[in-house]
Design a protein around this ligand. Sequence first.
Ligand code: ZN
Length: 146
Amino acid sequence: MALIFCNECGSEISDKAVNCIKCGNPMRTATSVIDEVLDFKSIDKKYAEEFQKFHDSKGEYKGKKNGYAFFFQLFWFFAKGCWATGLAYVIIIVLFTIIFELLNVGGYGVNEGIYRFIGLGLSVHGMIRANYILYNKKVLNKNIWL
Ligand SMILES: [Zn+2]
């Protein structure tokens, strides 16, 4: 444990303290709290700024679009540890496969179009939601399905 000086009152306090013990001056900003979580979870630093915005906006900020999640879809979510979303995609794909393949609703040409629609739908969903879902997983430790 290292000692640092409070920049308000000059008291010597622990660098782990959230507030100065003498004057109550906040010693750690939201940014440094997020950084600690990110260090602890060893997440890619390129998401740090994005996570900070989610943290600061309290639900207002919707996040940047994520091209990796668009292209790699459910594999991206599994690779990032967002297993609930990856699993939700698998369930959706399996359900549609059962409905349109085993029950043979629609017929060949129709099915092909529907598969493309579902595939594109999941990619677009992933692209829009990926960063927010990743933030919930890595910072708040919450699993979001979709
Ligand atoms: Zn102080």
